[in-house]
Design a binder for this molecule. Structure first.
Ligand SMILES: *Cc1c(COP(=O)(O)O)cnc(C)c1O
Length: 362
């Protein structure tokens, strides 16, 4: 098989070390002779993996003791209603920076008043709104730090006068984060920390247990209450064992490779390399405001005059081993996702494709 370069938006490329370890564990978990797909989640060997995985999260993101880390099923989309179910008494505020943010806000409406503080829908979410005012009477302010589909990113931890909640599905572990600035952080693992099937939630414990004021709504179902999972260390029911195992191996790899600081350096270099080529190459143009460009998802289209070459470039890139660079249907063109396990060599291979294509066609 010829070499491939995986730029999938999610599920995405994983470190070879993690997938190799997973293959071995399917055959034989922890020298038990039983595969990781077949073990009981109550065996001591598994409990050790759970503890280590939580510790890896704590170490990699410097998560303080008063924050709990839980692993759930259901994807980030399930958190769209689980967050308001646990936190929304009267009102929630949302920053609308893409369809994921919009979907999150839609679920909040089921639980109370929802204020859209600002939106970039007017320009197909090609920028991050600025200068908005966060209402201080809201229970929390929800942001989507990286907009996977559009390629915009809130690259700093913002100051927020109320509880800040962030969907970090597609930029978690890509840069250092000051966890203390957030009340809750969640995301699906499949963009940067593992395979599909497990969702992470990091929550400051004191924000839970305050929904008694909520009128006309049922009590929290047991499985929806974060405290259920905190109390049982994510083992109230069967956790997504295999997905957690691969996440464990992925985070171990990250720790051995400079941690989040190391990933951040590599991610900056990868993103700069690709954006520099987009800006230099006369056949391509970026789709979002430069200051809001995502380091994780790089979106670009054919420049004016070259629109008819889109299918040709797609075919050329594919023939040269590029995988997953087709843009989302709501943006079109191309999207290269540069998550942690994507290498600078992968990016250089894509850049070379763009340069060669320009030489042959411009
Ligand atoms: C992919 C994605 C989601 C949806 O995640 P699921 O795990 O598929 O539910 C939500 N938010 C963001 C920012 C995403 O990138």
């Amino acid at each position: 098989m010829a070499q491939v370069h995986i730029f999938n938006a999610g599920p995405c490329v994983l470190p070879k070390e993690a997938t190799e370890a997973a293959i071995n564990a399917i055959r034989n978990f922890d020298n038990t002779g039983v595969g990781v797909l077949e073990i009981s989640h109550r065996t001591p060997g598994w409990e050790k993996i759970m503890e280590e995985t939580v510790q890896l999260w704590r170490d990699l993101l410097n998560i303080p003791e008063n924050y709990k880390i839980i692993f759930l099923g259901g994807g980030a989309s399930t958190q769209f209603f689980t967050v308001p179910a646990n936190l929304l008494n009267k009102k929630a505020a949302y920053l609308q920076t893409g369809v994921w943010a919009k979907k999150a806000g839609k679920e909040a409406k089921l639980f109370g008043e929802t204020e859209i503080v600002a939106s970039s829908e007017d320009k197909n979410y090609s920028y991050i709104p600025k200068g908005y005012k966060i209402p201080t009477d809201a229970d929390y302010f929800h942001i989507t730090t990286n907009n996977t589909i559009y390629g915009t990113e809130i690259k700093e931890d913002i100051d927020c006068p109320i509880n800040l909640v962030a969907d970090m599905s597609s930029d978690i572990m890509s840069r250092p984060v000051d966890v203390k600035k957030y009340a809750l952080i969640y995301g699906g693992a499949q963009k940067n920390v593992g395979p599909a099937g497990v969702t992470f939630v990091i929550v400051r414990e004191d924000v839970l247990g305050h929904i008694q004021d909520r009128k006309n709504l049922p009590v929290l179902p047991t499985m929806v209450d974060y405290r259920t999972h905190i109390e049982k260390d994510s083992m109230f029911n069967t956790p997504p064992v295999f997905a957690i195992y691969v996440m464990h191996e992925t985070l171990k790899w990250l720790k051995e490779n400079g941690g989040v600081e190391g990933a951040y350096k590599r991610n900056c270099e990868k993103a700069d390399t690709l954006y520099n080529e987009i800006d230099r190459n006369k056949m391509f143009v970026g789709t979002v405001a430069k200051e809001d460009r995502s380091r994780m998802n790089v979106c670009f289209v054919m420049a004016k005059g070259y629109e008819s070459k889109e299918a040709d470039f797609m075919a050329y890139a594919k023939a040269n081993g590029m995988v997953g660079i087709k843009g989302h249907r709501s943006v079109g063109g191309f999207r290269a996702s540069l998550y942690n396990a994507c290498t600078l060599d992968d990016v250089k291979a894509l850049v070379k494709c763009m340069q060669d294509f320009e030489k042959q066609n411009a």
